[in-house]
Design a protein around this ligand. Structure first.
Ligand code: 5GP
Ligand code: MG
Ligand code: MG
Length: 198
C-alpha cells in the first residue's frame, strides 16, 4: 500500500519507500562485514519489526539465523509504558550467541532496554541493535544503538510495519497521520488497556 492509497489519513510522508529500503540495505551490507564468521542470530520483536527484518536479512551477505518474539506492555494508544511481558518467546537458545536485535523504532528505549537485559541474562555472547528509526528527543533509557537508520522528530509515525490501532502496517513508506485519525480512535477507547506493544 502506498501513500496515495490512504491519502486522506496522511499529514506528511517522512521517509519514502526508496530512501528507507536503500538505507536498510546499505546498513545490512555493513553489518554483514562486522558479523562475518560469527554466525549471528537476528531477533525482531513482533509485529512492528517484521517488515524491516525481511528487508534487512535479505540484503545481508552472510547466512544468519532469524527468530521472533512477541511482547506486550500496558498503556494506551501512542505511548509505551510500564511493564513488559513475553507473549510468545523465542524458539532459539541465545546462550553463547552473537545476537543482533532488528528493531522498527526506538522511542523512549524502554522496550529495548528490557530486551537487551533479558538476552544478556540468558547468556548471549553479545547483543547489538539495528534500529530503522530513532526519536532521540524522547530517549529516557540509555540503550546503545550501534546501527542506526534514520533519526526522526518527535512525531507518531506509521508504515513499514509500524501501526496505529493495528492499521497502516502495510504502508510501504514512513508517514505521519493526521491528528484527526488517532483522536477519533482514542475517543472510542476509554481508560487503560492491554496493547500488543510492538
Ligand atoms: P519504546 O519502548 O522505545 O518507548 O517504544 C518502543 C515501541 O513503541 C516501538 O517498538 C513501537 O512499537 C512503539 N512506538 C514508539 N514510537 C512509535 C511511533 O512513532 N509509531 C508507532 N507506530 N509505534 C511507535
Ligand atoms: Mg504498535
Ligand atoms: Mg518495535
Amino acid at each position: 500500500m502506498q501513500i496515495k492509497d490512504v491519502q486522506d489519513d496522511i499529514a506528511e510522508e517522512l521517509i519514502s519507500h526508496e530512501a528507507l529500503e536503500g538505507k536498510i540495505r546499505r546498513m545490512a551490507v555493513k553489518v554483514s562485514e562486522d558479523y562475518e564468521g560469527k554466525d549471528p542470530l537476528l531477533i525482531a520483536v513482533l509485529k512492528g519489526a517484521a517488515n524491516v527484518m525481511t528487508t534487512f536479512s535479505q540484503a545481508m551477505t552472510i547466512p544468519v539465523e532469524i527468530d521472533y518474539m512477541s511482547l506486550s506492555t500496558y498503556g494506551s494508544g501512542t505511548r509505551s509504558a510500564g511493564k513488559v511481558t513475553v507473549r510468545q518467546d523465542l524458539s532459539t537458545d541465545v546462550a553463547g550467541r552473537h545476537v543482533l536485535i532488528v528493531e522498527d523504532i526506538i522511542d523512549s528505549g524502554f522496550t529495548l532496554d528490557w530486551l537487551v537485559n533479558e538476552l544478556k541474562s540468558r547468556g548471549a555472547a553479545s547483543v547489538e541493535i539495528f534500529a530503522m528509526l530513532g526519536k532521540p528527543a524522547r530517549r529516557k533509557f540509555d540503550v546503545p544503538v550501534k546501527y542506526k537508520g534514520f533519526e526522526i522528530p518527535d512525531k507518531f509515525v506509521v508504515g513499514y510495519g509500524l501501526d496505529y490501532d493495528e492499521r497502516y502496517r502495510n504502508l510501504d513508506s514512513i508517514a505521519v497521520l493526521k491528528p484527526s485519525v488517532y483522536q477519533e480512535v482514542e475517543k472510542r477507547a476509554t481508560g487503560s488497556q492491554t496493547n500488543q506493544a510492538e
